[in-house]
Structure formats: structure tokens, C-alpha cells
Design a protein around this ligand. Structure first.
Ligand code: GAL
Length: 341
């Protein structure tokens, strides 16, 4: 006799399986960003992309940053790691891989050494992905940039060389690509009491020329062009401790730059964070600019958090609103504060 219940039973079991898989997949999808919270990647691990940079290719965003995994209880890393994550919506990040995992890339650096604030540029002419990092000895005396190159966005990146851009000391670095595709490195040069904006060479492997020297003792420099005006942000120099980050504006990158002003109520010390990047999201309805800051955790680096928040920007004013849970539609460019229930 044919058992008519069997097909029905297997359909039922199949449906239950499908429903539970679906529920799991949907549950792991994030529909908001909570500034300062643990931010799990697709594996459920807190994202390790401190002092990071973003590169957009087609409809995918790549987030590169210092992978501080294992740095806890003040333990210093012998190897330095740069991790790469990918996302299509800026809220859900898939871990791609550690694109750099290395000891000192050249002699004289010693161990532990410093490899911080990685920023990746894509060179359309050569097709190469070029990463700049702050490369230093543990006393931060070497003050150079390190250049790494890869044929693919998610590595491996191989070391090319290190140098002092424009023959100046270089510590915190920032990246900027203008609307015309020109790529710039921002770097802080302590003895000069200011920082530089420098255009990269055609192959991006060198710094071609000084565009501007801004005489203000800021680091963590970041730039964005919004509505025809350049906005620059940076932090004072207080190491891992937060301070009241600043901004200025200019009609051209070469300046003159306006006076610097607070980006948030000064007593909040930028809500405990330090500037890293400003990300412009150009959508069909709106252009949003996202402040990307680090909330460092020097005693437990792997627990460092990210403060990402849409900026109020326009007509020469830039303001970081009080951090709240928010979401973004990268297609329209619209952002929305999620009102807590
Ligand atoms: C900060 C800098 C960080 C790191 C730190 C070390 O000022 O922005 O990237 O270098 O100092 O103390």
C-alpha cells in the first residue's frame, strides 16, 4: 500500500526547515547602526576595522581598518593586521579576510611596531589597489607612510616601500578622492605645527605635490566635498583620549581655510570619539555625509567601538548630532534616526 502521508510529511518538514533558515537569515540582517555598540560582522564577531578607510567599487563598500583582534589587557600585537569587510548597505558587513598580516615590513622598525589608519585607493589607470598606512616604530619616531599594493580589492597586499611624504614627518593619515577622481593623502606633520593635503602621483605610489599646508595642530584628518564646498575635520592631539574635534571649510583644497570650530558640544569630546573619515553617500534623493569616528579602547584595543553618524552639513556648517540608532538607504541616500520604542 502506498503511504500517502509520507510526501505530506516531507513537505511539512521541508517547510519547517525553510522557515527556520529564513528566520535565522533575516534575524542576522541588521537594519540599523548603533553608534558605540558592539558591531558584529556576518560571523558574529565584533568588526575589527579601527582607524579605517572606505573604498566603494560598483555597488559594494569595502571597509579596511586595523584588526586589533587579540589585543586585550594592554597586550601589544607583534604582528599587525589589516582586515577587509564588504557591504552593500553599510549596515551589514561581511568579513572578507585579513589583507595584511605581517611583522615589520622592513628592518629598523623593531617589534612591536606601528601600522595604523590603513586607507585604500583604487587606481583606474593601473587597475591596482594601493594602500597607505601610517608606519612607525613603537616610539612613533620614524613617522613614515607605508605603501602596499594588490591586484584585487581584498588582497593580499604586498609591501612596496615606506617614505616621508614631501620629506615631512607623517603620522595620522587620511584619504580623499575629489569629484574629478584626483586622489589625496592628508597627513599630520608634528614639527610643522600643522598638516598637509598632498596629491598622489598618477600611479598612486608616491605623493606628487603639496596642495595645502594647514597650520593647525590637528590629526585624524578627513575631507569631504559637499555642495561645492570642501569640509575638513580633525582632532586635537591627545593620543587615544578623545577631544573636541574641529572643522573648517574652503572653496578650494588649496585654501584659504576658514577658522576651525567644534563639530559637537565641546564637553562631549566628540561623544568620546576621534575622527577617521567622512563618507559621502550620493543617492537618488539625497546626498548624506557620514562621520566615521573611533572610540578607542587602549587597554583593550579589540573592543574599540565605532561612532558612525550622519552629519548635519551644508552652507558652510557641519555638525555631529547626538549619536542615536539610525539607518540608511544607500540607494536614495536617505538616513533615518530610529526612534527607540
Ligand atoms: C592618536 C592617533 C592614533 C594613534 C594614537 C597613539 O593620536 O590618532 O591613530 O596613533 O594616537 O597614541
Amino acid at each position: 500500500m502506498i503511504n500517502h502521508r509520507l510526501p505530506l510529511l516531507s513537505i511539512f518538514v521541508g517547510l519547517v526547515f525553510f522557515a527556520s533558515f529564513h528566520a535565522e537569515a533575516t534575524a542576522s540582517l541588521r537594519s540599523s547602526i548603533v553608534p558605540g555598540a558592539i558591531w558584529p560582522d556576518d560571523r558574529g564577531h565584533h568588526i575589527q576595522a579601527h582607524g579605517g578607510g572606505i573604498l566603494k567599487l560598483d555597488d559594494t563598500y569595502y571597509w579596511f581598518g586595523e584588526d586589533r583582534g587579540g589585543e586585550r589587557g594592554g597586550k601589544k600585537a607583534i604582528e599587525r593586521k589589516v582586515a577587509c569587510y564588504a557591504s552593500k548597505d553599510l549596515m551589514n558587513w561581511e568579513f572578507r579576510r585579513q589583507v595584511i598580516r605581517t611583522g615589520p615590513p622592513e628592518s629598523g622598525l623593531g617589534v612591536p611596531f606601528v601600522l595604523e589608519r590603513p586607507k585604500v585607493f583604487h587606481n583606474a589607470r593601473t587597475g591596482k589597489f594601493v594602500m597607505y598606512v601610517h608606519l612607525d616604530d613603537k616610539a612613533y619616531k620614524l613617522a613614515r607612510v607605508g605603501v602596499y599594493v594588490s591586484d584585487t580589492v581584498d588582497g593580499d597586499y604586498t609591501f612596496v616601500r615606506s617614505f616621508r611624504p614631501l620629506n615631512e614627518e607623517s603620522r595620522d593619515i587620511g584619504q580623499f578622492v575629489d569629484d574629478d577622481g584626483s586622489a589625496y593623502l592628508i597627513f599630520e606633520a608634528r614639527p610643522t605645527n600643522g598638516f598637509f593635503i598632498a596629491r598622489l602621483s598618477d600611479d598612486y605610489l608616491d605623493v606628487a605635490e603639496k596642495v595645502c599646508f594647514v597650520r593647525t595642530r590637528l590629526e585624524g584628518g578627513a575631507l569631504v566635498k559637499y555642495d561645492g564646498l570642501y569640509y575638513m575635520i580633525g582632532s586635537w592631539m591627545s593620543g587615544w583620549a578623545p577631544n573636541n574635534n574641529q572643522y573648517a571649510t574652503a572653496k578650494t583644497l588649496a585654501g584659504p581655510w576658514s577658522d576651525f570650530q567644534d563639530i559637537a558640544p565641546p564637553e562631549t569630546k566628540t561623544y568620546g570619539s576621534q575622527s577617521t573619515l567622512m563618507l559621502k553617500v550620493v543617492g537618488t534623493k539625497k546626498t548624506s555625509v557620514i562621520f566615521m569616528g573611533d572610540i578607542w579602547s587602549p587597554a583593550d584595543h579589540q573592543d574599540g567601538r565605532y561612532l558612525w553618524m550622519p552629519l548635519e552639513i551644508g552652507k558652510g556648517r557641519l555638525w555631529l548630532p547626538e549619536p542615536r540608532e539610525w539607518s540608511i538607504d544607500v540607494k536614495t541616500g536617505e538616513t533615518r534616526v530610529v526612534t527607540p520604542k
